[in-house]
Design a protein around this ligand. Structure first.
Ligand code: ADP
Length: 191
């Protein structure tokens, strides 16, 4: 099993790179952002509740996203491994993930953190907002809030995974292909 946490601030390129990684390594992609947007498109109660947080660039409550990830893990018992994208985002989420995976005896193999300068993040998100129509990518104050929330609540996970010897920094500036190659080198060195 290969279980990877793909980590980084909003706009770091996690979704883009996750799509390539799952193809090469045969992993199941679990993106909490994608799952939440799916719930919203389906107008589910969970989706409509989550929208209140997402539109402001705040985090959806831990219990909601942890529950979602727990059921996705149960729905994929035959997976070769998972790539977690946009999850965990808080220490409580990381601890819950360790517990869920501990029960399945398949721990996190490594955490790959894409490092991108703030100015580039803002440019990428505004660019994506023009094509994706995502409300949270079209408003500069929401983008700034997401980056602040990342720095305050999510960046501490670097210490969490470093303490387990699982943190790997990846330079996230450059072409999609060059960044993918760096990620593959890091993944191949994990197992
Ligand atoms: P990005 O990484 O570009 O901000 P995502 O698609 O990962 O985009 O997340 C979009 C929004 O969904 C977040 O701003 C947040 O409101 C919500 N969200 C996604 N994942 C989580 C999570 N693990 N915990 C809490 N909220 C989440």
């Amino acid at each position: 099993m290969l279980n990877i946490v793909l980590f980084g601030p909003p706009g770091a390129g996690k979704g883009t790179q996750a799509a390539r990684i799952i193809e090469k390594y045969g992993l199941v992609h679990l993106s909490t952002g994608d799952i939440l947007r799916g719930e919203l498109a389906a107008q589910s109660k969970l989706g409509l509740e989550a929208k209140k947080y997402m539109d402001k660039g705040e985090l959806v409550p831990d219990s909601v996203v942890i529950g979602m990830i727990g059921s996705k893990l149960d729905q994929n018992p035959a997976a070769n491994g998972f790539i977690f994208d946009g999850f965990p985002r808080t220490t409580a989420q990381a601890m819950a993930l360790d517990e869920l995976l501990g029960k399945k005896k398949t721990p996190i193999t490594g955490m790959l953190a894409l490092e991108v300068e703030k100015e580039e993040l803002v440019n990428r998100l505004l660019g994506r907002g023009k094509v994706s129509g995502r409300a949270d990518d079209q408003d500069i104050s929401v983008i700034e809030n997401r980056i602040s929330v990342y720095n305050r609540d999510t960046a501490p996970l670097i210490d969490y995974y470093s303490a387990q010897g699982k943190f790997r920094a990846i330079q996230g500036m450059g072409t999609i292909e060059a960044i993918f190659e760096r990620l593959c080198l890091a993944i191949d060195a994990l197992h």
